[in-house]
Design a protein around this ligand. Structure first.
Ligand SMILES: Cc1ncc(COP(=O)(O)O)c(C=O)c1O
Length: 280
């Protein structure tokens, strides 16, 4: 039962139904916090150090001290994992419970730390590909931090779903940033391209793994701006994230991407990605 699942909250492991926080928690009142999502394959956390580095950067971006060392994070998360399953850790840190609601940072307040583990459910549209729609990126200038303030992303994703698509591909000043909850790749003139890191995209761990695999396997790739017009005529489009992995986009804004089927570069990358996961 979901309610019996054991989660971590502020130093304790307890059933989900008993994990409670105060309504004065700044995560609840202000969205004042950050999070991480870390896959775990058969009990082993995938690219754990990279996820922790990003966690550290997200904390620094909101000026919150990291409450634990890498080793402490590892020992804290390990009891939540099941060696027989593919899962992901959801980890959230907020600025904690302040005595009154005030925008200014509170003093002498402990952060709230919450972690839970869930099964990775294979994404249904992966093998056939998904539809995506482009839309103006309405988010702020801290997209490189994994903050819990996800309202703009939620509205973008819902807008896409309402249009019968699985993902929104966001565009700022005519260039592609990323998906509502994913990074974007395109195959343009035979080269795999993904937008460069900056404060307009989340530096996805899956994105880094794809680039690493591409380099090792001599798949031509570069980190470069993708114009909306280039995306619209790309030979392949993919979106990537930790829980869905690499998903081909076969229809963009109602038009087929190339022949409307997952492309050969995606096929190759997906096989290499699966082999890489097995090898760890
Ligand atoms: C906005 C955004 N971009 C990119 C990603 C992909 O990041 P990762 O590959 O680390 O899961 C996510 C993941 O949820 C995301 O929410």
């Amino acid at each position: 039962m979901l309610e019996n699942k054991i989660v971590y909250l502020n130093g304790e492991y307890l059933p989900l139904a008993e994990a409670k926080i105060s309504v004065l928690d700044r995560g609840f009142l202000f969205g004042d916090g950050i999070y991480e999502v870390i896959p775990s394959y058969y009990g082993r956390l995938f690219h754990f150090q990279q996820h922790l580095e990003r966690l550290e950067n997200s904390l620094a971006a909101i000026r919150l001290a990291n409450p634990y060392t890498s080793e402490q994070w590892h020992s804290l998360l390990e009891p939540l994992l099941d060696a027989g399953r593919n899962q992901y850790i959801y980890l959230q840190i907020t600025r904690g419970v302040a005595p009154k609601r005030d925008h200014a940072f509170p003093e002498n307040v402990q952060p709230t730390v919450f972690a839970m583990c869930s099964d990775i459910v294979p994404f249904a549209g992966k093998d056939t590909g998904i539809k995506a729609v482009t839309m103006d990126d309405s988010r702020w200038k801290l997209c490189n931090a994994k903050t819990i303030t996800l309202l703009a992303n939620i509205l973008h994703r819902q807008d896409a779903l309402d249009q019968g698509s699985a993902e929104a591909i966001l565009v700022r000043d005519d260039y592609v940033t990323e998906g509502a909850a994913s990074n974007v790749f395109a195959v343009i003139d035979g080269i795999l391209v993904t937008p460069p890191k900056g404060n307009d995209i989340l530096p996805g761990i899956t994105r880094d793994v794809i680039l690493e695999i591409a380099h090792k396997n001599h798949i031509a790739c570069r980190e470069d701006i993708i114009l909306l017009s280039q995306l619209k005529s790309a030979d392949e489009i993919w979106v990537s994230s930790s829980t869905r992995e690499i998903i081909p986009v076969v229809e963009l804004d109602g038009q087929p991407v190339a022949d409307g089927k997952p492309g050969p570069v995606w096929q190759q990358m997906d096989q290499l990605f699966q082999a890489y996961k097995q090898s760890l």
